[in-house]
Each structure stands twice: as structure tokens, then as C-alpha cells.
Design a protein around this ligand. Structure first.
Ligand SMILES: *[C@@H]1O[C@H](CO)[C@@H](O)[C@H](O)[C@H]1NC(C)=O
Ligand SMILES: *[C@@H]1O[C@H](CO)[C@@H](O)[C@H](O)[C@H]1NC(C)=O
Ligand SMILES: *[C@@H]1O[C@H](CO)[C@@H](O)[C@H](O)[C@H]1NC(C)=O
Ligand SMILES: *[C@@H]1O[C@H](CO)[C@@H](O)[C@H](O)[C@H]1NC(C)=O
Ligand SMILES: *[C@@H]1O[C@H](CO)[C@@H](O)[C@H](O)[C@H]1NC(C)=O
Ligand SMILES: *[C@@H]1O[C@H](CO)[C@@H](O)[C@H](O)[C@H]1NC(C)=O
Length: 553
């Protein structure tokens, strides 16, 4: 969100919590802050909350609707009364932290360093951002809470906007807040860092720079200290005792304890992410391939494919996935180390075998699976096209690269990209594959072929399919020019990989027939088919209307 907002080139950018009612004073406050003529400024505000459920609140609810819809239907309610009501009955919502950010866009960032992938709404990020902004001294930070008078309405049974005090999101945010930014290097020490403050005085707005000395060295330096200081001076910062679960959150946060407590169950993830026709895109990945996974995920996001799941082989990958907010779950054969998981190694074989097992688990739960290795680049979404083969057909990529040879020759089934229906024939066949692979010393790929097409291809039918005799499951090998493997036509060696692929009509392109993930990454980067920036941990892709400069989202 922040990266996206930062790429906007308007005079002022505002990020505001959706729960907050913005009073008309926003324009006045913005003009005032602009008139101060700081070159780079960041304006922050928290809001008041209005508790209870009186008639006045009902009216205020209308006000909320009014502000969101911009329809002036509340003739019986005048704005002055609302402001009065809020200032008399509102309480600062200490737990929520900053509710509104506004700044003048420029090359100067809001804070130094990288904004870690916090989960929105799960606490810590607003305190973190404020502290980093102040500590970096890149922008003049102005607190306009009092001048703005923004508020939130608690409709009868709402609880205070504190994030839930224990969820994996909160724990993950707490950990990110602690391991990134200035906390990671030294105890927070912000003495002598000025924070300016804008507040109403009479009918004017007054402006004051505060020397907020003697601040707490505690981890959770909270925004509340800025709004709770005495009205006229900003010398004394006496933080009141608050029952605020987020600021009391124990950040013991070591990764294992975060991620072990909140592991997702496959069943609940399937309910959340699968498409209405019960299809999921699945990949299985170990930690050494995490950047490739992210590039793959970025590509899927770009294609608006949201029904994907990531099965993780090892603990590190699982933890990384959790912190990135990915829909991850553990494969049943959890391994703890994955240092050297290159093609052909014993780790590689274990990993690939857990792929078919994971697919089988999902099929048995009633969901169809489009399996895709992370080194398969998607030009467009193949889901519809693969579903068109219909139940009883496993559509799979061929590994045959010789154009003169049929695509269904022995051992040419590529088990890194296929669509499997959750039907009896497929499920029974997958049980056989899993059983076959468990006994085999090879990776699971040959088991796919030997089970479905028969050893030496004795169940081949025509030159592009096989029929498994017991279940009648048909394997359709996908067209090579639309679903090319990494060796076909030497596409990866062409000068313009994307253009070549577009001429062929590629739907996907497999980055296989290449050993080593580093080599694969280089190959994809060279071809312009790399979508992830590991430095900022964000997807990288130019936006349509910003082709000139590279933006991240
Ligand atoms: C709100 O809280 C009151 C009292 O605690 C309860 O009686 C009522 O059912 C609650 N309403 C809703 C919508 O949960
Ligand atoms: C992390 O937490 C787990 C479980 O609470 C504990 O067993 C482990 O020793 C902790 N590790 C570190 C490095 O603190
Ligand atoms: C994805 O969705 C966005 C917004 O709905 C749309 O603008 C964009 O064109 C879509 N992209 C693709 C590849 O369908
Ligand atoms: C596959 O069979 C079709 C028709 O039976 C034929 O036209 C085509 O050339 C064959 N392709 C290969 C690669 O053998
Ligand atoms: C699939 O298998 C289940 C249980 O083995 C059986 O009850 C069901 O009738 C089968 N469905 C079809 C379409 O064969
Ligand atoms: C497979 O197809 C054959 C021939 O059409 C049929 O006799 C047999 O019953 C089918 N087997 C299954 C499991 O559907």
C-alpha cells in the first residue's frame, strides 16, 4: 500500500484507515501544513473514538455514511455540533496508533530502509513507521491529531480498534517490527528528535516544535505519547496507564514460536482460497527456491490468479511464507534441512515425491489441482483451457523437445505442470503413482509415466495421449508450442524470449532442462521473466500508466 501510494504523483498523498471519519478540517489542516513550506514533510494523526449507542451516535452514523458517500442529506445535523460532540465525548484511541498519514510526494522516502511486509490491521506497523520516520530525520514529522479531530464511531458492540491480541498476524508483525529498522541495530533512542505539533488555538491553528526528550526506551514507543501531552506544552511526556493490549504485547517473538502456534490446516486454507468450482493452483517448494517462489507468486498476482496454495517442504520455507503472508501449509514429510536440494540429489527426490502425495491429499478432499512448479513462468492463466479437457483427463506437459518425436514417448511426462481432477479415476491413479514412487529410487517423474502410460509406453494411444487401463484415466500431453518445456526449440536461448514465446502462442514456459536454482534465476532474469525484488521483498512490475519509471507493488 505504501509503495503504491508513494508512486503517485499528486500534490499530497493521504493514507487513511477506512474506519476513520474525516472531518472537513482536513483541507484546512493540509493547507496549513503546506504553508509551513517544509521541503519534505509527513503529517500524522490519530483519531478519537466515540463509544456507546445513543441517538447521537445514530446521527453520527449517518455522518459517517455522509462522509463516505458525499451526499448532503443531513440537514438537521450541523457540522459544528458534530465537532463539539466529538471533542466532548470522544476519547483518543490510543491503541490504534496513527490513523492518517499524509505527505508531499518526492524522491525522499518516508523513512530509511525497507518497510517489511507487515499485515495491515494486525498492529505494530503504524508505531513502527512513525518511529522510523522520526528516527530517519528524512522528513519533518507533524502531528495534527488535535487540529484534525478525526474520529471513529464504535457502533454498539464494536470493540476498541486494537488488533486481536494473539493471532499469528499480530505475532508476525511484532517480530517484523523488532527485526527490521532501527530496532534491529540499537535500542530505540529518539531523544532530541523534534516532532512538530499542530493544534487549534482559538479559531487558528498553531504550530509548535517539540523536543520530545526522555522518551521511553521500550520497544513499543506508542503514538499515544504525542497526543497525551499537556495541551499547551510539549515538554512533559507522561504516558498514561492504558489497557491497550497491542502495546503490551510480549514480543518474545522467536520465529519458531510464532509459526508453530498458528499453523494453517490444509482444509481451512482450501476453503479460503479455492475458486468456486473447487480448483486450486498448487506448488510445492523448499527454502532454497524461495525467491523463485516469490517471482512465481508475483506473476500469479499480476494475472489476478488468487486460488493458489504453497506447500512447504521445510521449516524455513514455512516461516518465510508466513512472514510474507502467503497461503502456506506443510507437506506431511516435513524436512528440516534443505541446503542442497539440487536436481537429482536425495533431497530433490524426497521433495518431488512429496509433490504427488500432496496433490493426492487435496484431490481426496474434493478439490481439483493445477500443479505448477515454481520454475514455470505463466504468460497467461491456463486454468480454463486445462479444465476444458474435462474430468477423467489428466492434462500434462511433455518433456519431449525433439519436434520429430511424438510427445507421449516413454518417460516424457513432465510432472512439474499438470491439471488433475478430483474424480475417482484420477484419485485411484494418483494412489498408484504415490505407491510406485515410494518404492522407486528415482524421482517421482518416471513413476507418473510408468503408471499412467505403462512401462515403455505400452498404454500410449495415438501420438499425444495414454490411457491407464484400470481406471481409464486419459493423459493428454499438452501442445509443445503452447506449453513448451525448457528445451523445446531452444526458446530460452533466443534473444527475445518473451517475443519468441508470444509468436508461438505460449501459455507458459518451463524453466527446466537447467540445473541449479541460481542458474534458473539468471536465465529468467536475462529473459525479463523475473518478477520479484528480493531487496524490497516486493513484486516488481511497471504499472500501466507509469511505464517510464519502475515501480514496485
Ligand atoms: C450487543 O451487546 C448486548 C449486550 O452485551 C447484547 O445483548 C446484544 O445481543 C449484542 N448485539 C449484537 C448484535 O451482538
Ligand atoms: C523459540 O521458541 C521455542 C518455543 O517457544 C523454544 O523452544 C526455543 O528455544 C526458542 N528459540 C530461541 C532461539 O529462543
Ligand atoms: C487484473 O485485475 C485488475 C483489476 O481488476 C485489472 O485492471 C487487470 O487488467 C487484471 N489483469 C489481468 C491480467 O486480467
Ligand atoms: C501425430 O499424429 C498425427 C495424425 O495421426 C500426425 O498428423 C502428426 O504428424 C503426428 N505427430 C507426430 C509428432 O508424430
Ligand atoms: C467414486 O468412488 C466412490 C467410492 O469409492 C463411489 O462411491 C462413487 O460411486 C464413485 N463415483 C463414480 C462416478 O464412479
Ligand atoms: C474402461 O473402459 C472400458 C472400455 O470402454 C470399460 O469396459 C471399463 O468398464 C472402463 N473401466 C472403468 C473403471 O471405468
Amino acid at each position: 500500500m505504501v509503495a503504491r501510494a508513494r508512486s503517485v504523483s499528486s500534490g499530497v498523498v493521504v493514507i487513511v484507515d477506512p474506519d476513520v471519519v474525516l472531518p472537513p478540517s482536513l483541507t484546512k489542516v493540509l493547507s496549513h501544513v503546506r504553508s509551513l513550506q517544509h521541503r519534505h514533510w509527513l503529517m500524522v494523526a490519530t483519531s478519537k473514538t466515540l463509544p456507546g449507542s445513543s441517538l447521537a451516535i445514530d446521527k453520527l452514523h449517518q455522518v459517517r455514511i455522509f462522509f463516505f458517500s458525499m451526499v448532503s442529506f443531513f440537514s438537521d445535523l450541523n457540522l459544528m455540533k458534530v465537532e463539539d460532540y466529538v471533542s466532548k465525548n470522544g476519547r483518543w484511541s490510543e491503541c490504534g496508533g496513527v490513523k492518517l498519514w499524509a505527505w508531499n510526494p518526492s524522491q525522499v522516502p518516508l523513512h530509511a530502509g525497507v518497510l517489511p511486509p507487515f499485515r495491515y490491521g494486525a498492529g505494530f506497523y503504524n508505531q513502527w513507521m512513525l518511529n522510523e520516520a522520526i528516527a530517519s530525520e528524512l522528513r519533518v514529522v507533524i502531528d495534527v491529531s488535535e487540529a484534525l479531530g478525526a474520529f471513529q464511531i464504535l457502533l454498539s458492540n464494536d470493540t476498541i480498534q486494537a488488533p486481536p491480541s494473539s493471532s499469528w498476524e499480530v505475532d508476525a508483525n511484532a517480530r517484523l517490527a523488532r527485526t527490521y529498522g532501527s530496532y534491529a541495530f540499537k535500542p530505540p533512542h529518539f531523544s532530541n528528535q523534534p516532532v512538530a505539533r499542530l493544534f487549534p488555538c482559538g479559531s487558528q491553528l498553531c504550530h509548535q516544535s517539540c523536543d520530545a526528550g526522555g522518551r521511553s526506551q521500550a520497544l513499543m514507543t506508542s503514538f499515544r505519547r504525542y497526543v497525551h501531552e499537556s495541551e499547551s506544552s510539549c515538554g512533559k511526556l507522561s504516558a498514561p496507564q492504558l489497557d491497550c493490549s497491542s502495546s503490551q504485547h510480549q514480543v518474545s517473538g522467536n520465529l519458531s514460536s510464532i509459526t508453530s502456534g498458528y499453523s494453517y490446516q490444509l482444509e481451512s486454507l482450501l476453503l479460503k482460497v479455492s475458486s468456486p468450482d473447487k480448483v486450486v493452483v498448487l506448488t510445492v517448494v523448499s527454502h532454497s527456491y524461495r525467491d523463485m517462489l516469490m517471482s512465481w507468486v508475483c506473476r500469479l498476482r499480476h494475472l489476478n490468479v488468487t486460488n493458489y496454495l504453497v506447500a512447504t517442504i521445510d521449516k524455513e520455507m514455512y516461516q518465510f511464507g508466513i512472514l510474507q503472508g502467503l497461503p502456506v501449509f506443510r507437506t506431511e514429510s516435513g524436512r528440516s534441512d534443505s541446503k542442497d536440494c539440487t536436481f537429482g540429489s536425495s533431497c530433490f527426490k524426497t521433495v518431488t515425491k512429496s509433490k504427488s502425495r500432496t496433490v493426492l491429499r487435496i484431490l481426496e478432499l474434493g478439490y481439483s489441482v493445477l500443479f505448477s512448479d515454481v520454475d514455470v513462468y505463466w504468460f497467461s492463466s491456463p486454468i480454463r483451457e486445462l479444465m476444458a479437457f474435462g474430468p477423467g483427463v489428466l492434462a500434462a506437459q511433455t518433456d519431449e523437445y525433439n519436434e520429430k518425436e511424438a510427445v507421449n514417448l516413454p518417460r516424457r511426462l513432465n510432472s512439474g505442470f499438470y491439471f488433475a481432477w478430483s474424480d475417482n479415476a484420477t484419485i485411484v491413479s494418483f494412489r498408484k503413482i504415490v505407491k510406485h514412487a515410494a518404492k522407486s529410487k528415482l524421482s517421482e517423474q518416471p513413476s507418473f509415466y510408468d503408471v499412467l502410460c505403462g512401462e515403455d509406453g505400452k498404454h500410449r494411444k495415438g501420438n499425444s495421449s495414454c490411457v491407464e487401463p484400470e481406471t481409464n484415466l486419459t493423459v493428454e500431453f499438452l501442445d509443445r508450442w503452447r506449453y513448451p518445456n525448457g528445451a523445446y526449440k531452444l526458446i530460452w536461448d533466443s534473444k527475445d524470449v518473451r517475443g519468441t514465446c508470444q509468436r508461438l502462442g505460449c501459455v507458459i514456459l518451463h524453466n527446466n532442462w537447467k540445473t541449479g536454482h541460481q542458474q534458473k534465476i539468471e536465465r529468467q532474469t536475462r529473459a525479463g521473466l523475473w518478477e520479484y525484488d528480493p531487496e524490497t521483498r516486493m513484486c516488481s512490475r511497471a504499472w500501466k500508466n507509469h511505464e517510464n519509471s519502475k515501480h514496485l507493488y
